[in-house]
Design a protein around this ligand. Sequence first.
Ligand SMILES: *Cc1c(COP(=O)(O)O)cnc(C)c1O
Length: 370
Amino acid sequence: MDVPFLSLKDVNAGYADELKAAAARVIDSGWYILGEELTAFEHEFAAWCGVGHAVGVGNGLDALALILRGYKQLGRLREGDEVIVPANTFIAGFLAISENRLVPVPVEPDAASFNLDLASVERAIGPRTRAIMPVHLYGQLADITALPALARRHKLLLIEDAAQAHGASADGRKAGSFGDAAAFSFFPTKNLGALGDGGAVVTNDEQLAMCVAALRNYGSEAKHRHVYQGLNSRLDEMQAAMLRVKLKYVEEDLAWRRHVARRYRQGIRHPEIALPVVPWEERHAWHLFVVRCRARDALQRHLQAHGVQSQVHYPVPPHLQPAYKGLNRARLPVTELLQREVLSLPMGPTLREADVDRVIRACQSFECPP
Ligand SMILES: *Cc1c(COP(=O)(O)O)cnc(C)c1O
């Protein structure tokens, strides 16, 4: 059998008894939307992130979009404002920005960290720039010292896309606590994954939290009182109950991810396979373990022939997608180079030592074409 890239079945099998008990509790309660499970999860998740407020929403994309929409309602953003976003990322941030009639300004990554390059961010700041939306890509924190300072200096909002970074930390502070607000996804494959869709907005800004809590529920502050033209994007009771179970184990899972990453970094020593650069261990939550290779497709075929699954995150960056053909197509050479070279190796809390050995052996036996 192949070494799976990530087996969700194995992941959830580890908690099956508790998940089933939690599901039974929800079924028997007779209450399925905006109830006690969600309130409890919001408190537990906010406490775990070390922030004042968490608001459960339908998914990670909505979490990002609702932060922007909330800041529009509060008068901090206006239609046509520019938001700086990494060019090298999943498309969600772009979509959240466009959905709010704001303008995404894609900025190059630093090739070593894969995260936003500071000098490029500075150059992209113009008179219409109002926010920076860094992504903690693959689970590694973006520059959480320089970015907040830069945002303060230019009076910009700092909105973290923490969808891949549950548990990444620096000096005891966790992903989601460095900006004005942060978005998390609980898509099943994430480090904290539901058994369906889910997301959360976390923030220390009480006004924003109240605004997003209303927006996600038809703009309603209290029953039959609609203060905003909101939408429907709620984290349901069943998913909140599943997440309460899994939140208890997320640190343990993270420790295993770190162990796997350490073994890969010790075991893979190949002149043509570049390992991720990690100056601070605790700042990486290892959602993905991403290597670079100039013959990436050949490496992927070689791994598959040796029973090792792998994936590419991401083969086509958002600014080159058909959906963004209207966007200024200035070349983004670092992003486009990474897109040709990156390969994600198997990673997850249920990967076994023997699987790790197989991945390392398969990498070591790769003969790179000239
Ligand atoms: C998964 C992900 C999202 C979106 O989450 P969904 O819950 O799938 O909507 C946003 N940003 C990044 C970087 C992601 O990886």
